[in-house]
Design a protein around this ligand. Structure first.
Ligand SMILES: [Zn+2]
Length: 389
């Protein structure tokens, strides 16, 4: 039986879904190249998807593309590009990185811009049920309408305010009923604004949080099985998703929440503003995809840690050892590897155990024996489970 840590309950829970597994992860905002932070986050769900498929499930992975968001408009203006061109170029480059790194295909990669009508309709419904209000041209969610607001993340009000300010919110905007009220719809009057839609709630564009609630509901229905994303999305993004989906008549958005801790570099979370990004394409220029995936197995998804470039050298050695072991392995070593990897994946994706098992298998390489390859098929299955095929 698989067990996963559920952010919502703060406990390990048995994960025993039906045949079809709905998995929604918040995807990229396509305004800059994919970096190691993105790869780490999405590799977590890729491992989960692979193990669920190994168990016979059909996994519907929805990884949205946030192509309606202020950072894209800002970056496009700096580059003198149309924002749709920037978004489609960066989306294509992200998708090619995912493919090069052997990510399992997504069931859907919805563009926020393709669901504007449904998002506007959701905002209208929130106005109709009395949990939203207008402020100048914008529309906000009234958090006082939901006594449970804040309990998903469990953060103190002081932390909620700090995170909201740091992560795209506007707690200090005058005229709001409460600082934690969040934007549902941004009304636009500036004729030069590049991203405007006519809608039932006026001219403008949706806020970030409502985008994910609507796309997840449209593509997976609610409650779906797992909602994922980086752990910096717990508040405000996912807290707001939970609140607005409930107000839209969906008592439970997701049954299970799974968040990925950041990979740090030079002591900080990788971010564009700090300039400590490691771009996927630079890594791929210098290292084989399998080596990059192996190096990332050194990190557990809930703890993250500091990126150590020397892990790539160790991974390259391990990779060579695995190739050698695959040519000469014994039946028992191959079966033991597959069992260990399945057991570790079922234990909240225990990548430390996986790395250990891979080392043991590489060390099991014997002098070449005729027909040894014949016995290695479970080991190949094990490596495929890790995307190392
Ligand atoms: Zn999201």
């Amino acid at each position: 039986m698989m067990r996963l840590f559920n952010t919502a309950s703060q406990q390990y829970q048995e994960f025993n879904p039906g045949h079809v597994v709905g998995l929604y992860t918040c995807g990229i905002t396509p305004y800059d190249s994919a970096h190691l932070g993105h790869i780490t986050t999405f590799m977590t769900y890729d491992l989960l998807q692979r193990r669920l498929e190994d168990l016979g499930h059909e996994v519907r992975l929805v990884r949205n593309i946030t192509d309606v968001d202020d950072p894209i408009f800002k970056r496009a203006t700096e580059l003198g590009l149309d924002y749709t061109q920037l978004a489609s170029e960066e989306t294509a480059s992200f998708q090619s990185v995912m493919e090069l790194l052997h990510f399992r295909p997504a069931y859907a990669e919805p563009l926020a811009s393709s669901y504007i009508d449904q998002m506007a309709a959701a905002v209208q419904k929130l106005l109709d049920v009395g949990v939203a209000y207008s402020l100048e041209d914008d529309i906000y969610f009234d958090v006082s309408s939901d006594p449970a607001f804040g309990t998903f993340s469990g953060f103190s009000e002081r932390l909620q305010l700090a995170f909201m300010k740091r992560r795209g919110g506007d707690p200090a905007r005058p005229g709001k009923r409460a600082p934690l009220d969040f934007l549902l719809w941004h009304g636009v009057t500036d004729p030069a604004d590049p991203a405007v839609w006519e809608s039932v709630v006026g001219r403008g564009r949706p806020g970030w949080h409502i985008e994910c609630s609507v796309m997840a509901h449209e593509l997976l229905g609610t409650p779906f099985d797992i909602h994922g994303g980086g752990d910096d999305l717990i508040f405000p993004h996912h807290e707001c998703e939970v609140a607005q989906s409930k107000a839209l008549g969906q008592p439970q958005l997701a049954k299970h929440w799974m968040h990925v801790a950041p990979l740090l570099y030079l002591g900080e979370k990788m971010s564009k503003s700090l300039g400590n990004l490691i771009f996927a394409k630079d890594l791929l220029d210098n290292h084989a995809p399998n080596v990059i995936r192996l190096a990332l197995l050194r990190y557990h998804y809930r703890t993250g840690g500091e990126w150590q470039p020397e892990f790539l050298e160790e991974a390259a050695e391990l990779h060579a050892g695995l190739q050698k072991a695959l040519l000469t392995c014994s039946e028992s070593a191959a079966s033991e590897l597959l069992e260990s990897i399945r057991r570790a994946l079922d234990d909240d994706l225990d990548t430390h155990q996986i790395y250990h098992a891979l080392h043991n298998f590489a060390a099991s390489a014997q002098p070449a024996v005729p027909d040894a390859k014949h016995y290695c098929s479970p080991a190949k299955t094990a490596l495929n489970l890790l995307g190392l095929g």
